[in-house]
Design a protein around this ligand. Sequence first.
Ligand SMILES: [Zn+2]
Length: 386
Amino acid sequence: MQSLSGVVNGTEGLRTQNLSHILTMVHRSGPLSRAELTRRSGFNRSTVGALVSALVEKGLARETEPAMGGRVGRPSPIVQANPDVAVIAVNPDIDALTVGVVGLGGRVHERARRETGRLPTLDNAVQLTRAIVADMTPALDRLDRIVGVGIALPGLVNAGSGRVLIAPHLGWRNADLTGPFETALGLPSVAANDASLGSLAESIFGAALGVGHAVYLNGSASGIGGGVVAGGTQLVGSRGYGGELGHTLVSPGGSPCHCGRSGCLDAEVRLERLLDAAGLQGGGIEALEGVLSDDPGPAVRREAERQLELLAVALVNFVNIFDPELIVLGGFLGSLFGFHGDQLGDAVNARALAGGVTVRRATLGPELLLVGAAELAFRPLLASPS
Ligand SMILES: [Zn+2]
């Protein structure tokens, strides 16, 4: 026989699950009418009404009356996740540290990128984050609540422990990553690989929205990482280290890679090589965009075409292995795609065993990794809004 407390826990558990379902829906879809929520959730009208009221009471959702149209009858109120419930998103990289404040619904309230000039240590990154967050105080004060910190790191992060196993380009190894951020900011912190988080963000808010089978590849100053969505689920591997698509061999005997091999995609297709060809030092992806949007000159064109050719080699492998509907390119790979995207898509489809794959640029732009890191930090709240 089930005990009374068991019944209570069961009912509470179910209610939490239902609140989670509704909050996640408005967080991901944007504002929805109550009628649409009822249709999509499969709950009845009064249940949706009660759940929405509970979320409004907790400050997690807002409800507004829609503008009166010409239709007969009472219009259905519009429900929106409260964008003023936010998290702090952090993306350390070899050339700069970016910090964002991201609200429910994927709204980026603030974004600040600070060039570091030299490789930041983990401690440098924590202190710089604290300084940037302090500068954002007026904006943070206008929000209702900050619930956590999400960190997108170019490296292998253990999903369970929050430790970085190795971030090769930053030189961070086997260290507690989330602990120092928790101490410095006084907020629960979570971390994952940057490209996996980019993939997550694109699948929820961007180019891969609603796509069940997608390969995502991100190019940052550090290098190339990836993410694979198969059957609607992100492949993470047994310890969270999966999706290191940058270490695919594309040029036997090519440039040495930090992983110990030679000719990896990560070693051959690099942002700094493109910037070097343009005679630029630093400036990141935004500088490259500027170069490629105009006539970039023969040196940059040659290097961009060499990199696009090697990128095609890697993408053909991924199409043959994962059979995605869609490939999304983010970071500087998106810039390369913007330069000669049609040729890349044609080359991949001509060489893969089964073509018909769409290659597209990530749509979230410079906010991509911040939105992904925020999504990770929002998980506990979305799973248990009560
Ligand atoms: Zn490698």
